[in-house]
Ligand binder design. Structure first.
Ligand code: HEM
Length: 503
């Protein structure tokens, strides 16, 4: 018994010293008191960006938060964001891969979850040159325009069949799904009537399963020496999932190649770009499939989330809605729908999109970065392997840099233009630096087009008997910031009937 107690005491002592070691050795940023073993895990509220913003009022704009045994540093002002994403960009460009993510991303052989290094530089270059070049973005413009027109047609049909409100997310989700599968695989799984075919259902099931498998499984996920518990018996689920996903991806790729060969036309989709340049860039099959799936998972929800928030703000702020509609009527007229090229002449609409991304960035803490070397931020030590997040949600609501930060006021960008593409550290919905979202321009184009078409074709109001102040503007916690309650609103057509017939 005595020996047992002695061993337990030694273990507790070692854990205590292990826990204390970084504190003694380094000058870490301040933060809430970390409990032994679990750190601050139980104190962090599910709505992390809000929780960290609250804590930053107590501990300052750079904070240490221990999630189990991992040190997380969160920065919440634009000056420190600049240090993270510009001055120390390269040293903070690794990714933290929890075990599930490591398996799904095959050890970071993709882009999103790859550490910074030769592989990352290579695939990022391929993305910049082959997938998101201005030429490719332009070549794929008809897909975006067709899908947004299909959304308008579908809303028009449903609005004339019933005078009730509709759940906007359903329509935005369809645009996002069809746009991304066509962009990536050149394939639309959904018929014009909105019926998803067998392959599409399989595809959606894989996305949903991946999301489920990727969710951290509670306490053991965060405590390094307990992680093995989670993996007892779990491997089979991952092996099955990856085999299913790879099988479907190969089948879609083969089908696409066969179609292109038969038609003799060189297609412009991401899959064509990657397969045709495979040898030149030395891309493995795993990397190609990883990249294609990265685009699906990173691109599917983000755009739809942004437009849903923007529409909620526009229903709450009829003045802004009418001002945007007045601009659309003046520039486009009442006899045709908007095209992407019209955006250039619609500064107020562009500001509406920007304002929505300011108040509701879909990834409020971006994607966490990880230090590949020891650096200093704000005078504090950031040891190698620290997970570093920028609270872009809090920065965009900082009253020291934004006037009336909580108000939806697109005019602010007409008075003073603020870059949204990673050059101005006050507004970072796409991040900045080496790991900035590679689809920034494409996403801005699509969000602006969707908003323009929705506002031009319809007047949007709350359902009968609901006041605009009653719309639930809370967000559901997670890596991405959905509206907690899907937005339900009433569209009333506002253009002559023949315009809808032509859609
Ligand atoms: C409104 C829409 C979008 C927003 C606000 C957004 C935002 C972001 C953010 C904040 C990051 C992380 C940056 C960082 O780690 O520093 C990111 C990464 C990424 N996004 Fe987006 N994104 C959007 C749409 C898209 C779309 C449509 C695609 C693909 C078609 C896409 C593909 C990616 C990829 C591949 C990465 C990883 C980049 C890397 O690690 O190097 N995103 N995005």
């Amino acid at each position: 018994m005595e020996l047992f107690l002695f061993i337990i005491s030694i273990i507790i002592f070692i854990l205590f010293v292990y826990r204390l070691y970084p504190w003694l050795r380094y000058r870490l940023p301040p933060g809430p008191y970390p409990w032994p073993i679990i750190g601050n895990l139980l104190d962090v509220k599910p709505d992390r960006c809000r929780c960290f913003a609250e804590w930053s009022k107590i501990y300052g704009p750079i904070m240490s938060v221990w999630i189990g045994s991992s040190l997380n540093v969160i920065v919440s002002n634009s000056e420190l964001a600049k240090q993270v994403l510009k001055d120390c960009d390269q040293q903070l460009a690794n990714r933290h891969r929890p075990k599930a993510v490591a398996i799904i991303s095959k050890g970071g052989t993709d882009l999103v979850w790859a550490d910074y290094g030769a592989h990352y530089v290579k695939v990022r270059r391929v993305c910049t040159l082959e997938l998101f070049s201005p030429k490719r973005t332009e070549a794929l413009r008809p897909i975006r325009e067709e899908e947004v027109r299909a959304m308008i047609a579908s809303i028009f049909k449903d609005s004339t069949n019933s005078s009730n409100s509709l759940v906007l997310r359903k329509y935005l989700g369809s645009v996002a799904f069809n746009n991304i599968t066509r962009l990536v695989f050149g394939k639309r799984f959904e018929s014009e009537e909105g019926v998803v075919d067998g392959q599409g259902l399989e595809f959606r099931a894989i996305v949903a399963n991946e999301f489920k498998l990727g969710i951290p499984q509670g306490l053991v996920e965060h405590i390094s020496w307990l992680r093995w518990i989670r993996w007892l018996g779990d491997d089979e689920a991952f092996t099955k999932h990856l085999a299913h996903k790879d099988g479907l991806t190969r089948a879609i790729m083969e089908e696409h190649k066969a179609k292109s060969m038969k038609s003799g036309v060189v297609k412009q989709h991401f899959v064509d770009a990657l397969l045709s340049r495979r040898e030149i860039h030395g891309l493995s099959e795993d990397t190609i499939m990883g990249l294609l799936w990265n685009m699906i998972t990173a691109g599917m929800d983000t755009v739809a989330i942004t437009v849903e928030w923007a529409m909620a703000e526009l229903v709450m702020n009829p003045r802004v809605q009418h001002k945007a509609q007045e601009e659309l009527d003046r520039v486009i007229g009442l006899n045709r729908g908007m095209n992407e090229s019209d955006t250039l002449n619609l500064p107020y609409l562009r500001s509406v999109a920007k304002e929505a991304l300011r108040l509701h960035p879909p990834t409020p803490l971006m994607l966490p970065h990880k230090a590949n070397a020891h650096v200093k931020i704000g005078g504090f030590d950031i040891p190698k392997d620290t997970i570093v997040s920028v609270n872009v949600w809090a920065i965009a609501r900082d009253s020291s840099i934004w006037e009336d930060p909580l108000e939806f006021k697109p005019e602010r960008f007409l008075q003073r233009d603020v870059d949204i593409g990673g050059h101005d550290f006050r507004l970072l919905p796409f991040g900045a630096g080496r790991r900035i979202c590679p689809a920034t321009q494409l996403s801005i184009n699509l969000v602006t087009l969707m908003l323009g078409q929705l506002l031009h074709h319809f007047e949007w109001t709350p359902p009968l008997g609901v006041r605009s102040e009653e719309i639930d503007m809370t967000d559901s916690p997670g890596l991405v910031n959905y509206m907690r309650t899907p937005l339900q609103i009433v569209p009333t057509p506002r253009l002559p009937a023949q315009v809808y017939e032509r859609v």
